[in-house]
Design a protein around this ligand. Sequence first.
Ligand SMILES: [Zn+2]
Length: 479
Amino acid sequence: MEFEPVIGFEIHAELKTQTKVFCGCKVDFGQAPNTNVCPVCLGMPGSLPVLNRQAVELVLRTALAMNCSITEKSAFDRKNYYYPDLPKNYQISEQYAIIGVGGFVDFAHDGAPRRVRINNIHLEEDAGKNIHPENTAEDYSLVDLNRAGTPLMEIVTEPDLRSLDEAESFMKHIKNLLEYIDVCDCRMQEGSLRFELNVSVKEKGTDAIRPAYVEVKNVASMKTVMAAARYEVKRQTKAYQKGETIEKETRLWDEVANCTRTMRSKEAAKDYRYFPEPDLVEVHIAPEWQEDVRQSIPELQPAKEQRFIEQYGLPKYDAAVLTQSKAVADYFDEAMARHKNPKALSNWMMTDVLRVLGDEGIEPADLKMRPDHLAAMIAMIDDGRISGKIAKEVFTEMIASGKPPEAIVEEKGWVQISDTGAIESLVDDVMAAHPDVCDDYRGGKKKALGRLVGEIMKRSQGKANPALVNQLLAQKLSE
Ligand SMILES: [Zn+2]
């Protein structure tokens, strides 16, 4: 019997707000432990939560971008459980009247359109963090509550994905979409975007989904999500083929052993004893507010890709690469405003700029080189002021110092020599110094020309205009 994967996701995204969801504490990753806290997020008796309007707005924007119906009157509920990183012993979440329900996300996989249904999108608060000592012989653990109360959006999909590759495309699409609508910074390594898997398998060609599914937590990168999914599909398929059953449960990905293992049997909602949060009022989302937020949704990736093809005349491949990240696309747009040579700019972006971003693990906003400086450098190439070879050096300098290209070229004396007289004398000198190579060329060894050009370029310290050098040299050799 052949089986195929049935995959869905619970996606947790920390929202890009200045402050926490129910108090005024700052949301700021990487601060000293327990410094961004107050009586509300520490769960002190008598403290009262106040809802952050911006957090609701970001969930609303996501829900609209994912085609959900909006619940005009939503409300918060308490999800009760005990854990050291949860000081109140309950998490404020939404269970009965959720902001966004019944949506869908369209994306492309292998060139074909795919749709994943969204069950719901709701707002809750994040927990703190337990820190266990690396040395397992130590008998203590620490708790950092800086993250407690960070607004957290949970996107729950239906189990609509049918292959591992498709699941990977979907994750990339979601990350890209959340970046485009600017609701989450999507730094998976810092935990601000987390994909939790639901995996089960079904017999190929039938709709008979095995009812038991396994939820996998503790996956910090797309790579580990994929590894966990691969492992689970294999494990479950093997079990069914042997006639065994699979328990519905929550499993953890064990990075060291490279496998999933049981964490706990999957809780039912009743285990959390959900009940309405008495300290918060209902959230009313009027149609006018929805409309305002809908208007604020920016141009999304597919539309931007299309615009790059039409407006800039770029090949589809370039447009797709440049719009993968909104920040990269914005950088491109800004550079184009200064100098219009889209294909040259695209080449510099796809090779040199993306390489720097990848090597240093940074975002375009972290680059010292401004988009208009990159554009100005391309303009200098187009004007014949610098050669492509010098441009590579100028680029390196701009990345290092953030100075404009004109200043760098001036400072280093890198201006290209396009003065015919100056190049002519260089050509004469080199020809006089290498009569044998000249004879080789005249005798039919065409390769000899390259040696002469190389020598002239060297003498000019790379500054001679190569086109002019070639032209003058060929002319003089045939005289
Ligand atoms: Zn607080």
